[in-house]
Design a protein around this ligand. Structure first.
Ligand SMILES: C[S@@+](CC[C@H](N)C(=O)[O-])C[C@H]1O[C@@H](n2cnc3c(N)ncnc32)[C@H](O)[C@@H]1O
Length: 236
């Protein structure tokens, strides 16, 4: 993929453009499975312990942050994103769900998180890391802000390994997905970037290595839905 496709300014603009239809597109394009993927990822984080604090990086429209507060009744979540359009919609959803006292939203870039070291019990990023040009720096930052013994969780698409589904999956990703994306979002070319970002992001083994290089230990990953996505989890 052309490196400039991941220019942060372009990524920011793209997400602000598609923000109003983002949730609907997620449901349509993932055939409704995206909620299950986020649940599995959130389940990798600690559930008990008084006053748990979580960081949802690239929170977008806050589905992960909302899943965390549903699962952990005492927990507080800080969600960060660098798209004002996505954050605006996320804020509306948080208020509608009545969780504004438990989910705080902030404008921030993954590669320089505005938090002290060891501030959270876990950090998580769902479908965000593949968009980050300096993704290793992003992983380091997610580790830096987590306490010793805390978890870093990454949910991301993978390039499918299963030989029976690889071709139909590629067809879906490269032809069907941008077509539907354009129709539903009403924005020409808005989803042109998605296929390459999904297919060219490092595979699960390489991502595991990047997490280890960032200082995380016991890194494991789980492939879900025939390997369409993987959940990685590491301990600081
Ligand atoms: C595909 S959305 C995922 C949103 C949400 N986590 C979810 O599960 O639906 C990717 C989000 O990552 C954000 N993002 C991408 N690069 C970022 C960066 N460098 N710093 C902060 N947010 C970023 C985008 O603005 C967008 O909201």
């Amino acid at each position: 993929m052309d490196k400039s496709a991941k220019d942060p300014a372009k990524i920011q603009a793209m997400f602000s453009t598609i923000a109003p239809r983002y949730d609907l597109l997620n449901k349509v394009l993932s055939l409704g499975i995206d909620g299950y993927w986020r649940k599995v990822a959130v389940n990798q984080m600690p559930r008990t312990g008084g006053g748990l604090r979580f960081l949802d990086v690239a929170t977008g429209t806050c589905d992960v942050a909302l899943e965390i507060v549903k699962r952990c009744p005492d927990a507080k979540v800080v969600g960060v994103d660098f798209s004002k359009g996505m954050l605006r919609l996320g804020k509306e959803k948080v208020q509608k769900a009545g969780h504004q006292d438990r989910i705080e939203l902030r404008f921030a870039d993954v590669v320089s998180l505005p938090f002290e070291d060891n501030a959270f019990d876990a950090s998580i990023i769902a479908f965000g890391i593949r968009n980050v040009q300096e993704y290793k720096k992003g992983i380091s930052e997610m580790g830096r802000v987590v306490k010793s013994g805390g978890k870093v969780v990454i949910l991301e698409f993978t390039s499918l390994q299963n030989p029976f589904f690889r071709l139909p999956y590629r067809f879906y990703i490269t032809k069907v997905l941008p077509f539907i994306g354009e129709i539903v979002s009403g924005k020409k070319g808005a989803y042109k970037y998605l296929p390459s970002s999904m297919l060219e992001f490092p595979g699960p083994e390489e991502l595991k290595k990047a997490m280890e290089e960032a200082g995380l230990r016991d890194v494991k990953y789980y492939r879900l839905t025939l390997g369409v996505v993987a959940v990685h989890v590491g301990t600081k």
